[in-house]
Design a protein around this ligand. Structure first.
Ligand code: GDP
Ligand code: MN
Length: 385
């Protein structure tokens, strides 16, 4: 789960990372009022969970409250990479002498948290990483000890932090690291971390990405979720206890078990189709969860056929079959459905499905081929637009 900049800064502030004051606003008038309270030049910043807001025109300086109001009016409602700006951060503006990049990332390949730093921070950091990888420092941290003093010194020297700011830099790195560990983050970065002409070190932008699997340990962080920016189907799925990821294909998949769901997607591709989603209804799914899964799948207008693949273990095949038949009566849209149920109570399931005249299949290859064929004929039957 990605946190908005203002949320990320809220967390970092608790760990002593040096920041300038700021307030959120959702209207131009609120932005003006915030600028009046800040009483000085401000920066008006779109709060959207996509990178490159600066380049897209979503970060603007304003010398006066009237200017802040005008800039806010321009940014609210702006479309940045497909996301509409609804919230702004109005923060005291800093003068910048030098921009650095500082980040921590959980690198699964090296099984370590890696500290990344660059003296070429700011909006071109991705470009720098590509063209001058030698300008990026990357230090794996000890998996048990974590951040050590020599790691901090190494970063400080690599970035050529001015001598009188090394202590402030150490505080910042330690604060970022503690925030990262305590919140079970996958990523925490400050870009830019700046030095001002009068010699202050400040974090001007922050981004924290949390490990979704650790969120149950952090109800306070979970509450920072921005539903506005999530795929609505994924929000619904989470509420129903279903793992769901939207994809771009035409074949909706409803499967129990993550591994089986992956296999099902592979076989859809092998049969020449494209899955519309990953969906795991989980173990022991009952009729209501099956119905919720169908609604979520069919909300996607690209879905032209549904492939149901259930391996009955704890999940009983006849329960799922009943769920499918019941759910079908409540669905708003009719699409061909291919159902394969094996395992516990498969025979009972087959009877229920046959009585309801659903397309069934005994092997997964057969099921995938039938679903792909059904989607193709549904697509070719559609009037060309
Ligand atoms: P991003 O483009 O989404 O990463 O948004 P940032 O918050 O990093 O802002 C982009 C750029 O705007 C930064 O790299 C800075 O150069 C500039 N910027 C952001 N805040 C300030 C500020 O307070 N003062 C000045 N002078 N520039 C700023
Ligand atoms: Mn930035």
């Amino acid at each position: 789960m990605k946190l908005q900049e203002y949320r990320s800064k809220e967390i970092l502030a608790r760990y002593g990372v040096p920041l300038l004051p700021g307030e959120t606003a959702t209207t131009a008038e609120e932005a003006r009022a915030a600028a009046e309270r800040i009483d000085g030049p401000v920066v008006v910043k779109a709060q959207v969970l996509v990178g490159g807001r600066g380049k897209a025109g979503g970060v603007k300086l304003a010398a006066t409250p009237a200017e802040a109001e005008a800039r806010a009016g321009e940014i609210i409602g702006m479309d940045i990479k497909g996301v509409t700006v609804r919230t702004l951060l109005v923060a005291a503006a800093a003068e910048i002498a030098k921009e650095y990049y500082l980040g921590l990332i959980l690198d699964r390949a090296s099984k370590a948290v890696i500290m990344i730093g660059s003296a070429e921070g700011g909006i071109e950091i991705e470009e720098t990483a590509r063209t001058h990888p030698d300008a990026i420092l990357s230090v794996p941290l000890h998996p048990l000890i974590g951040l050590q003093a020599h790691n901090v010194r190494r970063a400080s020297f690599f970035l050529a932090i001015p001598a009188d700011l090394r202590s402030a830099f150490a505080t910042t790195v330690k604060g970022l690291h503690a925030a990262f560990m305590d919140s079970d983050a996958d990523l925490a970065e400050i870009n830019p971390l700046v030095v001002t002409p009068d010699g202050q070190l400040l974090a001007l932008d922050a981004k924290i990405v949390l490990d979704d699997s650790a969120l149950p340990r952090h109800p306070d962080l979970e509450a920072m979720r921005d539903l506005n920016e999530e795929e609505p189907a994924e929000v619904q799925a989470r509420e129903a206890g279903i793992s769901f990821i939207k994809l771009d294909g035409t074949i909706g998949c409803m499967v129990n078990g993550a591994g089986l769901a992956m296999t099902t997607m592979d076989l859809v591709k092998l049969a020449g189709g494209e899955p519309a989603n990953f969906l795991d209804i989980g173990g022991g799914a009952k009729a209501d969860r099956v119905a919720a899964a169908f609604r979520i799948i069919l909300d996607d207008p690209n879905v032209k056929a549904i492939l149901v693949n259930i391996f009955g273990g704890i999940t009983r095949g006849d329960e799922v079959a009943h769920g499918i038949v019941e759910a079908r009566q409540t669905l708003t849209r009719e699409v061909p459905m291919v159902v394969r149920i094996v395992g516990t109570n498969a025979a009972e399931a087959a009877e229920i499905l046959q009585a309801a005249q659903l397309i069934t299949a005994s092997s997964l290859d057969e099921a995938a081929a039938k679903a792909v064929a059904a989607a193709k004929s549904a697509l070719s039957a559609e009037p060309a637009s």
